[in-house]
Ligand binder design. Structure first.
Ligand code: NAP
Length: 365
């Protein structure tokens, strides 16, 4: 079979650090395995436009491997050209770069390594909440630029203790964030999700479900977004919803950039309506140099905690998603069933409700 992987270039770093498995250079550690099984393995970072390796090779590829960090966007049109394509594997979590409706129609399975980087992201969420609330970035900028003006930093620095923190999406990552927030003695932990958590899971973290989204955001000092990108979440956080946030709230989004309207968020930070915004995901990746999230600042010069998309690609996470990708391939080649938690689209079907329940059960409590 022909296996095509779209990965990001690691250049010198990847040569020096073999654990950077998700790079073109280190090929998810799959070459020896795939070639020993008689498969052809093409690895490239070239993914944009009709002359890209992605668009050239997709025509006769059987299995496509992509990552959310350097997404190869598999549109409906591109899928129509992919005559042999049977399986798309996301090395990581979040398969919104694949047109999932078209995958159902064309009976192409979509699998991801669920859970592989959920701890990595939950830790990033904690870091992002703290750096916003404590006004870390302007303080660090003073440290490295030779300045020392404590009042300029302290006038917009707060404690997390006593604040209301809410997660939009209480799945694998959102729940882990709630768990990690418990020792911070917040005033309250809230969540907004389609489904309520099992009672014992809710009680273990002392979280309260709010069923109306506007009501939810209006009660939070900090909102963290941990829901997938789909038709119901694209642009969900926009000018209209931002008006329902507490004035001066903080917003953290490590889920997907397109869940937020980029211009509306930048304007809210600029006006101080949001005290800050942090995250590692962007609506276009790599983000253009003039993306508004690169330069936005609140009226007191802080409130920007953006980074490139890396929270789910720590070296620990790369080991897990490389191993998980190999396991998915092995299951496929050997005709074994896939872990139900890894199935986003089965053969010609959305994840059935039955499996959703199973997915719920294998979450972290
Ligand atoms: P998960 O276990 O599937 O949890 C997501 C939760 O959000 C589910 O409970 C889901 O409910 C819920 N949800 C869906 N739409 C919602 C909406 N409109 N409002 C409220 N809740 C909603 O996924 P996860 O592992 O926690 O990952 C969450 C997302 O994080 C991924 O989809 C991915 O986009 C992102 N992520 C980012 C990185 C990174 O490196 N930055 C790494 C990993 C993941 P249902 O199950 O009923 O749909």
């Amino acid at each position: 079979m022909k296996v095509l992987a779209i990965l990001y270039n690691g250049f010198k770093a990847a040569k020096a650090e073999p654990r950077l498995l998700g790079t073109v250079e280190n090929e998810l550690g799959l070459r020896a395995y795939l070639e020993s099984q008689g498969h052809e393995y093409i690895v490239t970072s070239s993914k944009e436009g009709p002359d890209s390796d992605f668009q050239k090779h997709i025509a006769d590829t059987d299995i496509l491997i992509t990552t959310p960090f350097h997404p190869g966007y598999l549109t409906k049109e591109l899928m129509a050209k992919a005559k042999n394509l049977k399986v798309c594997v996301t090395a990581g979590v979040g398969s919104d770069h694949v047109d999932l409706n078209a995958a159902v129609e064309r009976k192409i399975q979509v699998l991801e390594v669920s859970g592989s980087n959920v701890v990595s992201v939950a830790e990033q969420v904690m870091m992002s909440i703290l750096l916003l609330v404590r006004n870390f970035v302007p303080a660090h900028e003073q440290a490295i630029s030779g300045n020392w003006q404590v009042s300029d930093i302290a006038r917009n620095a707060f404690d997390l203790e006593g604040k209301v923190v809410g997660t939009l999406g209480a799945g694998r990552i959102g729940y882990r964030v709630l768990q990690r927030l418990v020792p911070f003695n917040t005033k309250e932990l809230l969540y907004f999700d389609y489904k309520g958590l099992p009672k014992e899971a809710e009680q273990a973290v002392g979280a309260r479900r709010v069923e109306d989204l506007k009501e939810f955001v209006s009660q939070c000092d900090v909102v963290t977004v941990n829901a997938p990108l789909h038709e119901g979440t694209k642009g969900l956080i926009n000018k209209d919803l931002l008006q329902h946030f507490k004035p001066g709230a903080w917003l953290v989004n490590t889920a997907r950039g397109a869940i937020c309207n980029a211009d509306d968020v930048a304007a809210a930070v600029k006006s101080g309506q949001l005290r800050g915004y942090a995250g590692d995901v962007w609506n276009v990746q790599p983000a253009p140099a003039d993306h508004p999230w690169r330069s936005m600042r609140n009226p007191l010069g802080g409130g920007n905690g953006m980074t490139p998309h890396y929270s789910g690609t720590t070296l620990d996470a790369q080991t897990r998603y490389a191993e998980g990708t190999k396991q998915i391939l092995q299951n496929y080649f050997e005709g074994k069933p896939q872990d139900p938690g890894n199935v986003i689209v089965g053969v010609g079907e959305w994840l059935p409700d039955q499996k959703c329940l199973e997915v719920l059960m294998i979450r972290c409590w």
